[in-house]
Design a protein. Structure first.
Length: 90
């Protein structure tokens, strides 16, 4: 889990690393749906946006969610991986 004031900078920084699929989640639906449908592997939250209790709930939700593995979600991930292979930074 990455944390910064808004969560935006944390998500931008995290997504620079190969294989990372990070997203800002400030609600539990996004925290589990991001894993289930997009295989999100890094949760980013804003410390100025959510309180400690919600942050703990978001972390629990993220950690217990599992990738759905459905065909449409796998195809989506394959497209993302192809974009990563074609993109060069620097």
């Amino acid at each position: 889990m990455f944390v910064c004031g808004s969560g935006v900078g944390a998500a931008v920084a995290a997504n620079k690393a190969a294989g990372i699929r990070a997203a800002i989640c400030h609600d539990t639906y996004s925290a589990h749906q991001g894993v289930e449908h997009d295989d999100m592997n890094v949760l980013c939250i804003g410390s100025e946006v959510v309180g400690a209790e919600l942050a703990a709930e978001l972390a629990r939700t993220f950690l217990t969610a599992r990738f759905d593995g459905g065909e449409r979600y796998v195809r989506r991930l394959e497209k993302i991986e192809e974009m990563e292979r074609e993109t060069t930074y620097g």
